[in-house]
Design a protein around this ligand. Structure first.
Ligand SMILES: [Zn+2]
Length: 378
């Protein structure tokens, strides 16, 4: 077999086309992975529509067309380059799509997520050179990937579960910096969404004592609380819910935390959410509390620096996760400490990739896990 089926975007805002193209040959330090499952995310349509680069004039963020997208591939290694040492054909893997240059000051000092050329294989990024070197997203049958991007999957971790590692890992890396763990209270903004639900699952695994969540959909909030009724408390808001230090939501959060406020919060709101919605959890932080965002709020946030200073509040952004973080998650799932059973896998064959994209709007919040399985290419 020398060719494969790939779903490719030929033109922005047009459906993907199924093309027959050559199966790539891995370079010396790369592997060839037969894709068994690729997670697809609601943001993919926005990325293909190039809504991100419109804000960065002069910066071309999308891979050259025709392009194969697909951010979260999992599969089985079928070939390895002659310099590959740690994996072999037959290993089951998640492919961390995070690519870095490997030689800048940040890469040299062990901070690949801070590489100025940081690029997602099969998605978008800052380096056209890297996108050309790794042009295979997960929406095709075979992809090449560098050895250092591979998370080996224990047999008990399914391909469908690992195809969710993008969201899980994004939350996990941010939560590690927040110190989420035993004795800590943790608040998730957008708790029932794709990112927010994964943050809850991780917080339970990481030992957070109390997990508070903000959301809109009462039914989904109740489902989230049911995951661990003693440790999870939820609060329904809408745009009319006021924000500020003495508003009902903040009083509620304080009442759940012996009057202190929460130790940390994670913003998981999607693009399109308001700056007001982003601000809300900040006021629920205790003095010295820390907030991180992995969400997509684009509005300018009117922060009072004096309030930030006097309350010793920390606020930071976080993007993606390292391959080592991915290994942590695979080990936690295999050990049973990270319970991923709430995820409902919805699997589409590659031939129905456009239907899968359309179906993303019809989901049970973060509970639905959208998967494309290229082994069913037909
Ligand atoms: Zn670099």
């Amino acid at each position: 077999m020398t060719t494969m089926i790939a779903a490719r975007v030929h033109k922005q805002n047009e459906p993907m086309r199924l093309d027959r193209i050559p199966i790539p040959t891995p370079r010396s330090t790369d592997v060839l992975v037969e894709v068994k499952a690729c997670g697809i995310v609601p943001n993919l349509a926005r990325v293909i529509a190039n809504t991100f680069s419109s804000q960065q004039s002069g910066t071309r963020l999308l891979p050259p067309l025709p392009a194969i997208f697909g951010l979260d591939p999992t599969g089985i290694i079928t070939r390895v380059g002659d310099q590959v040492r740690s994996v072999r054909p037959g290993n089951r893997v998640y492919v961390n799509p995070a690519r870095k240059c490997g030689s800048c000051r940040m890469c040299r000092s062990g901070h690949p997520l801070d590489c100025p050329s940081f690029t997602f294989q099969g998605y978008f990024g800052r380096s056209q050179e890297i996108m050309k070197a790794y042009p295979y997203g997960g929406l095709c049958q075979f992809i090449t990937a560098p050895e250092d991007a591979l998370v080996k999957l224990p047999d008990s971790v399914s391909y469908e579960t690992a195809a969710r590692f993008g969201y899980l890992g994004t939350a996990y890396a941010a939560m590690k910096t927040l110190g989420v763990g035993p004795g800590q209270t943790f608040l998730v903004n957008g708790i029932s969404g794709m990112l927010g639900l994964n943050a809850v699952m991780l917080a339970l695994a990481m030992g957070a004592t109390m997990i508070l969540g903000i959301g809109r959909n009462r039914m989904l909030l109740d489902r989230v609380k049911a995951l661990s009724p003693k440790r999870i408390e939820v609060y329904a808001v809408d745009e009319s819910t006021p924000i500020g230090p003495d508003d009902p939501f903040v009083l509620w959060a304080r009442s759940m935390t012996e009057g202190y406020g929460v130790d940390s919060s994670l913003d998981c709101l999607p693009p399109g959410a308001s700056s007001t919605a982003f601000m809300r959890p900040l006021f629920a932080l205790r003095r010295g509390g820390r907030a991180a965002t992995v969400g997509g709020v684009r509005e300018v946030v009117p922060l009072n620096a004096f309030w930030l200073m006097t309350n010793r509040i920390g606020l930071q952004g976080s993007v993606w996760f390292t391959t080592g973080d991915g290994e942590d998650m695979a080990a936690m799932v295999a050990a049973g400490t990270l319970d991923v059973s709430p995820l409902e896998h919805r699997v589409f064959p590659l031939t129905q990739v456009n239907d899968a994209m359309a179906a993303l709007n019809d989901r049970n919040g973060g509970f639905t896990n959208f998967i494309v399985d290229p082994t069913r290419a037909g």
